[in-house]
Ligand binder design. Structure first.
Ligand SMILES: *[C@@H]1O[C@H](CO)[C@@H](O)[C@H](O)[C@H]1NC(C)=O
Ligand SMILES: *[C@@H]1O[C@H](CO)[C@@H](O)[C@H](O)[C@H]1NC(C)=O
Length: 309
């Protein structure tokens, strides 16, 4: 008659020993090894305490309708200037020139956040003037909300110059966030919620591009206009204005931040436990080998009936 396995259950065997034995010492050692080593492995393999992490967000950007334009009208440094700051305009004298400006901001994907600024400017010129270079400064209000709330005023600066006088300049680019340090994971950051150009100042130095850029660049959080290839078109017809058109996008940003306490702990815990699982498995095998083969003397007590509870 053939036998077949009708049922099986593991038999429990208890190994007993007293406190001051090699077996106890072995047990303590292996427990320490099992639970502490994963910590060392996770720690030494870098990235245990996450100090910097990233998230994606499209900022809320608005053009503040402030602009400052300087155009060189001869190779010798003659220039005409236009700005939205009355104090500056009054100080310019004959260098002041009023262009025709049109500004439009678009929300292309209808998500409630603006995506694009279209800025067009036509600068009238006298017959003896040609445009050799253009410097344009636009200011924006810029907000982030997802982790920490950032409210600030930023700027976009474009400059293009050529040895040949131009008729048109086209600038297409992204307004990118530049961080010198990661953001906090929560809270309000409004230290840069101040005007980049102080339009209420009657001093000409407040409108000096060098001064503006120097103090702007000392900030930890700025935006830059990344415009890899401005297009300078030659051949202006006599008497027609110089045209500048800019399309500035407000793209999705990858923002780096310092994770908070619970996020740091969570990530550390995940790393620890996943290494611990391997150590537990190995430690279980080692203990079974040691006790089953009586490498260390213990008293095995077989439990006849396993109480399934
Ligand atoms: C930022 O500044 C503007 C005025 O320039 C003010 O109305 C606004 O409340 C400020 N926002 C924050 C969050 O400080
Ligand atoms: C700017 O970042 C540096 C570290 O890169 C920090 O020491 C400094 O306090 C930050 N300044 C502000 C105003 O946050």
């Amino acid at each position: 008659m053939a036998f077949y396995e009708v049922y099986s259950h593991p038999a429990l065997i208890r190994y007993k020993t007293s406190v001051c034995t090699k077996a106890t010492l072995f047990l303590v050692a292996i427990l320490c090894l099992t639970y502490i080593s994963p910590l060392l492995v996770a720690y030494r393999s870098q990235g245990f305490w996450t100090k910097r992490s990233t998230y994606e967000e499209q900022p809320v950007v608005r053009y503040r309708y402030e602009a400052l334009l300087v155009a060189a009208t001869s190779p010798l440094g003659d220039h005409v200037t236009w700005s939205t700051f009355p104090y500056l305009n009054n100080m310019l004298g004959p260098n002041f020139r009023i262009p025709a400006v049109s500004v439009r901001e678009e929300d292309q994907n209808q998500d409630g956040k603006l995506d694009l600024l279209i800025f067009k400017l036509q600068l009238p010129l006298r017959a003896d003037e040609q445009v050799y270079s253009v410097q344009l400064l636009l200011t924006f209000s810029y907000q982030l909300h997802r982790m920490s709330t950032v409210v600030m005023q930023t700027l976009a600066y474009v400059q293009h110059s050529s040895s040949v006088p131009g008729a048109k300049l086209f600038i297409g680019g992204d307004l990118r966030l530049q961080q010198r340090a990661p953001l906090a994971h929560r809270g309000l950051n409004n230290i840069y919620n101040v005007s980049v150009i102080d339009g209420s100042s009657p001093f000409v130095s407040s409108y000096d591009l060098e001064n503006i850029m120097r103090s702007y660049q000392s900030r930890n959080l700025t935006t830059v206009l990344s415009c890899p290839s401005p297009v300078w078109t030659l051949g202006r017809a006599e008497g027609s204005p110089f045209e500048l058109s800019a399309e500035i996008r407000y793209p999705l940003e990858v923002i780096s931040y310092r994770p908070g306490f619970w996020e740091t702990i969570k990530l550390a815990w995940i790393q620890y436990v996943s290494v611990l699982l391997i150590f537990l498995w190995v430690s279980e095998r080692v203990q079974r080998f040691v006790f089953q083969n009586q490498v260390l003397t213990t008293v095995p007590v077989a439990v006849e009936k396993l109480h399934l509870s």
